[in-house]
Design a binder for this molecule. Structure first.
Ligand SMILES: [Zn+2]
Length: 506
């Protein structure tokens, strides 16, 4: 049985339900009536890189090694772009079973890995100007069929004013759909994973207009809906379809300065703040240059200048470095927390269990002085990241905020609560799951499930054994006949065990 995963970065029910009611998304509407709907929870944290990696591997971060967009370099003094370090993605597992797979635009799939099929890599490190396909030879075929194909939104044109964000997103999705149509129609495949990423970008920038169903922005979601319709019709009634998002979204208007709070309450020791501010200014400059596409040019000029002077490059340190954190004892290192809608506090191993409990208690007691609303909806400890070779070496408290709030790691400002004039979009844990297929229930809502449950569920549908290391579980409630599937499952496990015993004996 063929399986198609239709991934949409940052899709949330609070966004698509009003659009469905207004008639913008007929194919989503049909899917809700003919398949299963569930909240796909993404808690650890609800951020694009770790969430997609959990979705595609069935593993928690301690096994796949991705926690953020970035990670410390070996010296702990700077940052590097993150890559997956452990685990196998579903397309690799399926390739090993001889299934023919197609993978398009899943974040953090650069460089593209060898599979039994075709991969076009997605955002984070990948560029359509570089080696973005497996096999390498497919690149030529890609541009022959979709000459204006892009991997990410054309932010440079948005900054220069030649496109609105909505136009840039529409241009991106039109090319992606063209590639999807070509691959799904012209190639032989058993499994396809196609991902659309501009929803996340639009929802950060244009939250209020999206919620107001502003027509320019609706165009993007309508194209997404058309793509879904095409995917369903190509798959046919004997295939299984999953629509998934890596995390949800919410509107927020208030940021809480978590590091400033920790400093003022003396949980965090002061460190040399001048260095932090200098690194922050560098980081912003770098971020802006990157967004307008000038970073690469700047880097070349700088390299040339450095080469002339015979000096070494100074490292840009946009976040709290490991040295900062060691001095401070704890803190939120990452600016991803602000748009990601979470705060991941790193805490020295030496902090006692009692003090950890006190800290947790004082964080849970935080209330907005204007509204009395509790700031933090849930707190998780280090164990939330799972167990594996990439477990964090320090202790962690992962905070998820209540509706309407997010965090900022900024320090040194007079305020703890920063209230913006406009509501902006931030990530939230409740992503989207729709599933339909011959063995799947029709027109039902089921209990929330987790992002790492997708992989074991796909393996079940394709009658393949479950690897022992998976953190996720089969979403049994999805199936019409859970008991029958259970039998299928145990028989496939039995076959797998027998195969394993045979291999061991051999
Ligand atoms: Zn995302």
């Amino acid at each position: 049985m063929r399986v198609l995963v239709f991934g949409v970065d940052g899709l949330a029910f609070r966004i698509i339900k009003p659009m469905m009611q207004a008639g913008y998304l007929p194919h989503f509407q049909a899917l809700a009536q003919e398949g299963v709907e569930a909240c796909l929870e993404s808690n650890y944290p609800p951020l694009t890189p770790p969430a997609w990696m959990s979705l595609v591997t069935g593993l928690k971060p301690a096994q796949h090694g991705v926690y953020d967009f970035w990670e410390y370099n070996e010296q702990g003094t700077g940052r590097l772009m993150t890559q997956r370090k452990g685990g196998k993605a579903i397309w690799k597992l399926l390739s090993e079973y001889g299934k023919r797979v197609i993978v398009v635009n899943v974040p953090l799939t650069y460089p593209p890995e060898p599979i039994n099929g075709i991969m076009v890599s997605g955002i984070q490190g990948s560029s359509e100007r570089g080696n973005c396909t497996y096999p390498t030879s497919f690149r030529e075929e890609l541009f022959a069929h979709v000459p204006r194909y892009r991997i990410d939104v054309d932010v440079t044109s948005v900054v220069h004013g030649s496109y609105t964000p909505a136009q840039a997103a529409v241009q991106l999705i039109e090319q992606r759909i063209a590639l999807m149509r070509y691959l799904l129609s012209e190639k032989v495949w058993d499994f396809a994973f196609i991902t659309f990423c501009a929803a996340d970008y639009l929802q950060h920038l244009c939250w209020e207009d999206i919620i107001a169903l502003q027509p320019d922005l609706m165009r993007y979601y309508q194209l997404l809906d058309e793509a879904l319709g095409f995917a369903r019709s190509t798959l046919g009634s004997d295939g299984s379809l999953f629509v998934v998002s890596d995390h949800g979204f919410q509107g927020a208007a208030t940021k809480f300065a978590i590091n400033e709070y920790l400093l003022r309450q003396r949980w965090m020791h002061p460190f040399e703040q001048g260095q932090y501010y200098r690194s922050l200014t560098h980081a912003w400059g770098k971020h802006l240059l990157d967004r307008v596409g000038l970073l690469e040019q700047g880097r070349k000029l700088k390299l040339r200048a450095v080469h002339k002077r015979g000096q070494s490059l100074t490292k840009v340190q946009p976040y709290l470095t490991r040295q900062h954190l060691q001095t401070a004892g704890m803190g939120v290192a990452s600016w991803s927390s602000s748009s990601g809608g979470f705060a991941d506090i790193s805490i020295t191993r030496s902090l006692s269990a009692q003090l950890m409990a006190d800290l947790r208690g004082s964080l849970l007691a935080l209330r907005d002085p204007l509204t009395g609303q509790q700031l933090i909806a849930s707190v998780y400890g280090t164990e939330v990241f799972g167990q594996g070779p990439f477990q964090p070496s320090d202790q962690h408290l992962l905070l998820l905020p209540s509706e309407g709030y997010t965090f900022t790691p900024a320090i040194g400002q007079p305020w703890l609560w920063n209230r913006e004039r406009h509501v902006f979009g931030t990530h939230q844990k409740d992503g989207v799951l729709y599933a339909c297929g011959p063995t799947i229930k029709r027109g039902q809502q089921i209990a929330p499930t987790a992002i790492y449950d997708l992989v074991p569920t796909i393996l079940r549908i394709m009658h393949l054994p479950q690897p022992d290391e998976l953190d996720g579980q089969v979403i049994d409630d999805l199936f019409i006949d859970a008991v029958k599937n259970e039998e299928d499952h145990s028989s496939s496990t039995l076959v797998a065990q027998k195969l394993k015993q045979l291999t061991l004996r051999a």
